[in-house]
Write a protein that binds this ligand. Structure first.
Ligand SMILES: *Cc1c(COP(=O)(O)O)cnc(C)c1O
Length: 409
């Protein structure tokens, strides 16, 4: 793990002072391909991979339990690393295998009854949407989709009005959707929730590791994220922030690590966020995710956000002047994420993805069924190119030039 905290901090400006060479030198994958799929799974930095491989080798040599014992201090360090990244307390952090699991666990602890109202957004991830419909349907609660404002972000005025009407027990929204460059104003939503004493669950899957996410400033009761996206952690890892004193119920599942068996028909659930964890887990994954969180902190999330946002705008601009290419991102200009979605006239998104793959560029395809409530005006599939701070303008040019050749042909 030595050698990476020296990655340079950054000057102010449009992401230009960032030590791009330094981070690229620690990212094996950048030599292979132009990776523009960090919203799918980013390239892990070498220190994350080294930490995990070393632990797996130790497990092979001494045994899984024995290896975990010798890694106990670093396992414990995971909670303070993530807490530092999010402005939380270590006891408010849980390690979970994915963002969806984390989100479902949070939702499952919210006491819901018939007639309760849950508010969400148009741009919500479909797994969340289905989870809400399922949970509400089981008790006769109602899911209500708050309208967007003209720029595509959640209309906070409409949300406040819905809160005024009463009966809302939970507001569940994404910070950044999976298929769009927009950024939802989660801090304003958080203030509205607090003013009305309503629980607030934030899906920060695309924003943790991309921009500064501070749970105090967001004012949420729960926040979820995955390891593999902008945080550059391993696959199969995720995290849950659960605010201390949020006043929610028990987790939907308990086991020997989240609860204690205290009698023939009694058990006691842990008081901290680890009540949401499973005993069994990828120890290497948890250690790797801790390193990824430290890595992000060492770079400084302000500098990371600035560079990613800037690269995203550069890509949008270059794509939007190409004849036959349409950029679909919504959101306020100057406040958009590193997720860029577009379509190319006359060819499907899947065709574009395969074409770019042959050109050595990784992008992905966003399908309408990945988000439940936003159909209007969108094509069935769009191409998603997502930038991270380790990408360069030259790499963006590889994508743009390849498309220009294709469109010009
Ligand atoms: C990827 C994604 C998820 C799901 O994350 P998993 O780790 O795959 O469960 C949830 N919400 C958004 C906005 C996402 O982009």
């Amino acid at each position: 793990m030595e050698g990476w905290s020296c990655v340079g901090r950054v000057d102010a400006g449009c992401g230009v002072g960032f030590d791009v060479a330094g981070v690229r030198a620690q990212t094996a994958g950048v030599g292979e391909r132009v990776h523009l799929n960090s919203a799918g799974a980013a390239l892990m930095p070498d220190p994350v991979v080294e930490e995990m491989v070393a632990h797996l080798r130790l497990e092979a040599r001494v045994g899984g339990y024995e290896a975990a014992e010798s890694a106990a201090a670093r396992m414990e360090g995971f909670y303070s690393s993530v807490a530092r990244l999010l402005g939380a307390h270590p006891q408010e952090v849980a390690f979970v295998e994915s963002a969806t699991r984390a989100w479902e666990l949070a939702l499952g602890s919210v006491p819901l009854k018939a007639g309760d109202r849950i508010l969400t957004t148009v741009s919500e991830y479909s797994s969340n949407g289905m989870g809400l419909v399922k949970a509400a349907g089981a008790v006769g609660a109602r899911v209500e989709v708050v309208a967007d404002d003209g720029e595509g972000v959640v209309d906070v005025g409409a949300l406040e009005q819905a809160l005024e009407e009463g009966g809302v027990v939970l507001v569940a929204i994404n910070h950044m959707p999976t298929h769009n460059g927009l950024v939802n104003p989660v801090e304003r939503v958080g203030r509205a929730c607090r003013a009305h004493g309503v629980l607030f669950l934030v899906d920060a899957c695309q924003s943790v590791g991309q921009v500064q996410v501070d749970v105090e400033r967001v004012g949420c009761d729960f926040l979820t994220a995955t390891g593999r996206k902008f945080l550059r952690g391993p696959r199969g890892t995720g995290l849950l922030y659960a605010r201390e004193g949020a006043g929610v119920g028990e987790p939907a599942v308990v086991d020997v690590s989240s609860a204690e068996w205290v009698g023939p028909d009694a058990y006691r659930v842990r008081g901290d966020a680890r009540r949401f964890e499973s005993f069994e887990r990828s120890v290497a994954g948890q250690l790797g995710l801790a390193v990824a969180a430290d890595y992000a902190c060492a770079l400084g999330m302000g500098a990371v956000a600035e560079r990613v946002g800037w690269l995203g705008e550069v890509l949008r601009e270059r794509l939007s002047v190409l004849e036959g290419v349409r950029v679909w991102d919504r959101g306020r200009v100057g406040e958009r994420s590193g997720i860029v979605t577009f379509s190319v006239r006359g060819v499907g998104a899947e065709w574009v993805r395969a074409f770019l793959a042959r050109e050595g560029v990784n992008v992905s395809v966003s399908r309408v069924h990945n988000q439940v409530w936003e159909y209007e005006g969108l094509p069935e599939q769009v191409v998603r190119a997502s930038v991270h701070y380790y990408n360069t303008e030259e790499e963006l040019a590889v994508l743009v030039d390849a498309l220009a050749r294709r469109v010009g042909a």
